[in-house]
Design a protein around this ligand. Sequence first.
Ligand code: ADP
Ligand code: MG
Length: 255
Amino acid sequence: MTVNNNIAEKKQAPSIVFENVSLTYDAIPLFDRLCLEIEGGRCTCILGPSGCGKSTLLKMISGSPDTPYQGQIVLGAAEKSATCAWMSQKDLLLPWLTVLENVLLGARLRGEVDDVLKEKAGSLLVEAGLDNYSSSLPAVLSGGMRQRVALLRTLMENRPVLLMDEPFSALDALTRLKLQNLSATMTRGKTVILVTHDPLEALRLGDTIIVLAGNPARVDTSLCPKGSAPRDANDEIFIRDYPVLLSRLLDAEKL
Ligand code: ADP
Ligand code: MG
């Protein structure tokens, strides 16, 4: 799903700043004067206990109408001046469109589908192992295949800001590695916020890793692992930083 479609592919990758952002659902404060700066052009991974507000955080940035927050969320120089592509935790595929049509959905809605975009979508489907399904409807796909289609649809948008909500959660280990690599390559230099429940995934992909915790949620931990993503399995980070991150997550569960 895209936000602010009218602004075409901006090249800059803005930072995102939360200034005293508060949000209350059903009289329970989910965020209370949250201040947070997300660096532009980098991948920030967000971890935290289930229900702490990770998906809501992405929705607030995207401008979703069901997140009536107070305070300010500033993208780059001017509030909401940049565009985001948002990959929801649910795949939100349109059941009456084929896999290829779903991947091209944004361009289709804007009346921009052409041979170049069709070719790009076709080659992404090959990379994601879905080329034999390009004419299939979503109903015949497994959960992992549907998630890959949703991921490709998001990557096709080529927006400066990508909000990705557990984008690899339904994939088997090898497909996950492959799609993480594809995603990291295609989003390099963009502002990516990737919500995940997997600390290893965060260490593999994140330039910055944030643990959200508490009630209301706040930034409990922030790490900037060394080296550039995607990190391979031999990277010393998995020995050095994984135990630290895991213990922070276990502590966050208790808050
Ligand atoms: P997470 O992604 O960290 O698991 P969410 O951001 O989805 O958590 O939800 C955080 C909390 O806000 C949960 O308790 C959830 O039930 C509640 N919540 C989310 N969206 C809404 C909504 N539209 N209306 C009311 N409560 C909501
Ligand atoms: Mg969520």
